[in-house]
Design a protein around this ligand. Structure first.
Ligand SMILES: [Zn+2]
Length: 161
């Protein structure tokens, strides 16, 4: 589990890779045990009972949509209400994290989506000058670099290119 979002809610939506259209192209939370691995990795205390994984996927997709489009009418995303449970559950923790980003202009200004193809990961850009483009240089950054290199190379060898 790579954790590059910099915030709990972002690392959670990054448990899948997303197409530009918001479709899951690679799923990392296939079974409830995968969620246990993730909560362990982020160090989150679990007080919830068993997880309905399909339901969690829906919640994650709604949460991501909300992060990307804070103006989306709340009525269309009914899952995204913080409960009054005590102690709070996993979703409450994720929602608090998401709203802490959305309600803070400084955070929202630095919220970015990875420029890699079919990645769609979200992160808070805390780099100097806010020039970070990739979820991580090791994956999407290097792939883009290799692609540019290949295109240049091919262009030089091909008289038509
Ligand atoms: Zn990426």
């Amino acid at each position: 589990m790579r954790l590059v979002g910099g915030r709990l809610a972002l690392d959670f939506v990054n448990t899948a890779d997303w197409s530009a259209g918001g479709r899951v192209v690679h799923e990392k939370l296939e079974v409830p045990e995968d969620l246990d691995v993730w909560t362990e990795a982020v160090g989150l205390e679990r007080v919830d009972g068993p997880t309905d994984i399909a339901d969690l996927h829906r919640f994650r997709s709604d949460l991501r949509q909300r992060l990307l489009d804070p103006q989306a009418p709340a009525g269309e995303l009914p899952d995204l209400r913080i409960s009054d449970r005590d102690p709070p559950g996993l979703r409450d923790a994720l929602l608090v994290s998401a709203y802490a980003i959305l309600m803070d202009r400084r955070e929202r200004a630095r919220l970015k989506i990875c420029a890699g193809d079919d990645c769609g990961w979200l992160f808070i850009d805390e780099s100097r000058g806010a020039r970070r483009q990739w979820c991580s240089m090791e994956t999407c950054g290097n792939r883009a670099k290799a692609r540019r290199h290949y295109a240049r190379h091919r262009g030089a060898a091909d008289p038509d290119g």
